[in-house]
Design a protein around this ligand. Structure first.
Ligand code: SAM
Length: 398
C-alpha cells in the first residue's frame, strides 16, 4: 500500500515511521510519501490560505494551491519525502509465520482511482469497518486541512481524479488534519495482511464483531489483592469463549448500548444481557400429590425454557385466613361443588431469566397439570417467603 499525505507540517507525520508502521515500511508492505503543501505555493510567504468569502473568523486554504498538489500526487509525479523506518527492527519470525498463516486479501473498495481521504469534523464518522475495507487499497492520499479548512471546490473537483471521502475521527475539533491522518493510517495499516504478527489478534478486537472487547489479564494471578477471574484457569475453551463473549456483551451494553442494535444475538447472548432476578408468586388450587409431581420436574423444565430457578417455596394456605379466596369461589362456580382433593397452595419461584415477566408466569403455569386453577404474577427481584405474605406464611406463634 502507498500512502501520500499532503500537509503544511510534514514533521507531524513522523510517528508513521515507528513501531508496527515502521516495521511495515521496512518489510516493503507499506510506502509513505509526505508532501509539504507549500511546495505548490509561491510568493515570499508561500501562503496557502486566505480570508473567507462572506466574512467570518479564520482563514480558508486556497484552491489554487490544493488543486495542483492533488493533481500531481494523483498522477504520481511527486514522491514527496519517502519515510523510512525510525529504528531497524529485529527480523525474528512472528506468530503467523511460525504457524504457517499467510496473509489473505480482504474484500473492499477497489478501483482505478486512488482513494482521497479529507479529514474534517464535518465528515462521515471513521469506523473499524472503513479501516477494514481501506486496508485493501493500493493507494490512499490524505489531504490535511488547517485553519478553517479547505475551499470546498477542491474536494468537489478532486472527484475527477480520486474516489473522495470526507471523514471525521470524532465529534470534537482538532487544530489540523495531521493527527486525524495518524489515527486513520494506524487503524488501516495494522489490518493489512502481514502487518500484525498474529492475525487473530485483530479479528478479536473491539468492533470486529460489532462489540467492544471485554477485559484482558496476564500474570501475576493475584495483584494488589485483585484476582484474575477463575474461569480463565479452567482450561475449558468453550467456557472461556462464552465468558469472553458475555463480558464483551455486558461491557457494550454498559458503555455503548447502541452498538447492540446491529449485532445478531443468540439465545445465550440474550441470557447474558437481559437476565435479572425474578420471582413468580402464585396461588394455586391443586391436589398435593399433583403438586409434588409437578414440582419435582419444575426446575429442569423451567431452566430449559430460560428460567434459571434458584429456589421454589410452597405452603398450604389456611382457608380461614382467606374465607373469600377467588380461586375457591371460581372452582365452586365452575365445578358445582367445593374443592375436595384440591388444596390452596401459595407457590413462590425465585430465579434469573431474560424472558418477559408475563412469559415467565405462563411458563410456570404451563408446567402445572392442565386445568389447574391459579392466579398470580411475576415481578423483578427475589421474594422471601413469609415476608408480607398471607397469614398462612406467618409464624403461627405471632
Ligand atoms: N471549521 C472547521 C469545522 O468547524 O468543521 C474546523 C476546521 S479544524 C480547526 C482544521 C482542520 O482540522 C480540518 O480541516 C481537519 O483537517 C482537521 N480536523 C479537525 N477536527 C477533526 C476531526 N474531528 N476529524 C477529522 N479532522 C479534523
Amino acid at each position: 500500500m502507498r500512502l501520500d499525505v499532503i500537509t503544511i507540517f510534514p514533521e507531524y507525520l513522523d510517528p508513521l515511521r515507528h513501531a508496527l508502521l515502521g516495521k511495515a515500511l521496512e518489510r516493503g508492505i507499506l510506502e509513505v510519501g509526505v508532501h509539504d503543501l507549500r511546495n505548490w505555493a509561491s510568493g515570499g510567504h508561500r501562503a496557502v490560505d486566505d480570508t473567507p468569502f462572506g466574512g467570518g473568523p479564520g482563514m480558508v486554504m486556497m484552491p489554487e494551491i490544493w488543486g495542483p498538489a492533488l493533481d500531481d500526487v494523483a498522477a504520481g509525479t511527486r514522491d514527496g519525502t519517502v519515510l523510512d523506518s525510525a529504528t531497524p527492527h529485529l527480523d525474528a519470525p512472528r506468530h503467523d509465520e511460525l504457524n504457517g498463516i499467510s496473509g489473505h486479501s480482504y474484500e473492499g473498495e477497489s478501483g482505478e482511482l486512488p482513494l482521497l481521504i479529507v479529514p474534517t469534523p464535518a465528515g462521515e464518522p471513521f469506523t473499524q469497518e472503513m479501516a477494514r475495507q481501506w486496508s485493501n487499497e493500493s493507494h490512499i492520499v490524505f489531504a490535511c486541512g488547517r485553519y478553517e479548512g479547505i475551499d470546498q471546490r477542491v474536494v468537489d473537483d478532486a472527484a475527477q481524479r480520486y474516489r473522495v471521502r470526507e471523514i471525521s475521527i470524532g465529534d470534537y475539533v482538532l487544530v489540523g488534519g495531521e493527527v486525524a491522518v495518524l489515527v486513520m493510517a494506524e487503524a488501516i495499516v495494522r489490518l493489512i495482511p502481514g502487518v500484525l504478527g498474529n492475525r487473530s489478534s485483530h479479528e478479536e478486537d473491539s468492533f470486529s464483531d460489532g462489540l467492544l472487547e471485554g477485559p484482558s489479564y496476564t500474570k501475576p494471578r493475584t495483584w494488589r489483592g485483585r484476582e484474575v477471574p477463575e474461569v480463565l484457569f479452567s482450561g475449558d475453551h468453550g467456557r472461556i469463549a462464552r465468558w469472553r463473549r458475555d463480558q464483551a456483551l455486558l461491557r457494550t451494553q454498559e458503555r455503548r448500548p447502541e452498538l447492540l442494535d446491529t449485532v445478531e444475538l443468540s439465545d445465550a447472548d440474550e441470557r447474558a444481557l437481559y437476565s435479572r432476578n425474578v420471582a413468580t408468586d402464585l396461588n394455586v388450587l391443586i391436589n398435593p400429590a399433583d403438586w409434588g409431581r409437578a414440582v419435582a420436574k419444575l426446575p429442569k423444565k423451567l431452566r430449559k425454557a430460560g428460567f434459571d430457578v434458584t429456589d421454589i417455596h410452597a405452603e398450604i394456605v389456611d382457608l380461614t385466613c382467606e374465607p373469600d379466596n377467588m380461586l375457591v369461589t371460581q372452582f365452586e362456580q365452575t365445578e358445582g361443588h367445593v374443592p375436595v382433593t384440591e388444596v390452596l397452595h401459595r407457590v413462590l419461584v425465585n430465579g434469573r431469566s431474560h424472558l418477559d415477566l408475563r412469559e415467565l408466569t405462563q411458563l410456570v403455569v404451563r408446567n402445572l397439570p392442565r386445568g389447574t386453577y391459579w392466579y398470580g404474577t411475576t415481578d423483578e427481584g427475589h421474594r422471601e417467603p413469609g415476608i408480607a405474605a398471607a397469614c398462612a406464611w406467618q409464624d403461627p406463634g405471632s
